[in-house]
Design a protein around this ligand. Structure first.
Ligand code: ZN
Length: 241
């Protein structure tokens, strides 16, 4: 298995394009997408088109479901809500249909991998996996060796070693026999860990790596201004918070 895992693109075409170039440069054959193609950013249709063209698996995130009217947005903050309302207006009928066909999770049995946007526990409830305690609970909700997810925009690898202890790796790790893993691939289009560079994960059967890629943030900000997307959303992609 040699693949790139991308999540939380959030309609940031420049970030997605930069990541795909990096994937191609490395010669990685398969790309798997873990959800939230849209929401926040200025290029929802372009991102959906490119993801559909390039990815072997595509999952739905909460913003994707919200953008097609299938997810209540009353719990979204005001900026996320404004951006979703704008997205609903510009999303094409075709892309609405495509997004509606994406599942919440997918199991790749041959690779012993579970893919999900939020958490293995109740994937459609959009829980966040933020603490080791959250990880401990979620390890009980899947049997596979690997679970890749997104949603919090915070990249990490949590390893459950055979004795049951949990170990966190920030930038990736060598894969060990007997261990199981929950991997958050971070966010392509709106990182929130203080590093504004686009983030994704690479898995090659021996290692899992968290990869960062620079992209043209200013040009995305210009587009967002033109579309009058909320100012705090424009500012946050520059600081990665
Ligand atoms: Zn997201």
């Amino acid at each position: 298995m040699y693949c790139a895992l991308l999540s939380d693109v959030h309609a940031n075409f420049e970030a997605l394009d930069a990541v795909l170039r990096d994937v191609d440069r490395r010669g990685i054959p398969d790309i798997l997408f873990l959800g939230d193609a849209v929401g926040y950013g200025p290029d929802p249709n372009e991102c959906v088109d490119l993801l559909v063209e390039r990815c072997k698996v595509l999952l739905a995130g909460n913003h994707d479901r919200a953008a097609i009217g299938l997810q209540d947005i009353s719990y979204f903050n005001i900026y996320a809500r404004n951006a979703i309302e704008w997205t609903m207006k510009v999303l094409t009928e075709k892309n609405r249909g495509i997004i509606g066909s994406w599942p919440f999770e997918e199991e790749m049995k041959d690779e012993d991998v579970l893919l999900v946007h939020s958490t293995p526990k109740e994937p459609s409830e959009w829980h966040y996996l933020l603490t080791l305690w959250d990880a401990e609970i979620n390890f009980q909700y899947f049997d596979n060796k690997f679970c890749f997810l997104g949603h919090s925009h915070q990249p990490f690898v949590i390893e459950k070693v055979p004795s049951g202890e949990l170990v966190t790796h920030k930038d990736g790790t060598r894969i060990r026999e007997g261990s199981r893993y929950i991997i958050n691939t971070g966010s392509v289009g709106q990182p929130r860990d203080g590093d504004p560079r686009a983030c994704y994960a690479v898995m090659n059967g021996e290692d899992i790596d968290i990869v960062r890629v620079s992209y043209d943030i200013a040009s995305v900000q210009d587009k967002m201004k033109k579309e009058r997307l909320p100012e705090p959303l424009i500012e946050r992609i520059l600081v990665g918070k």
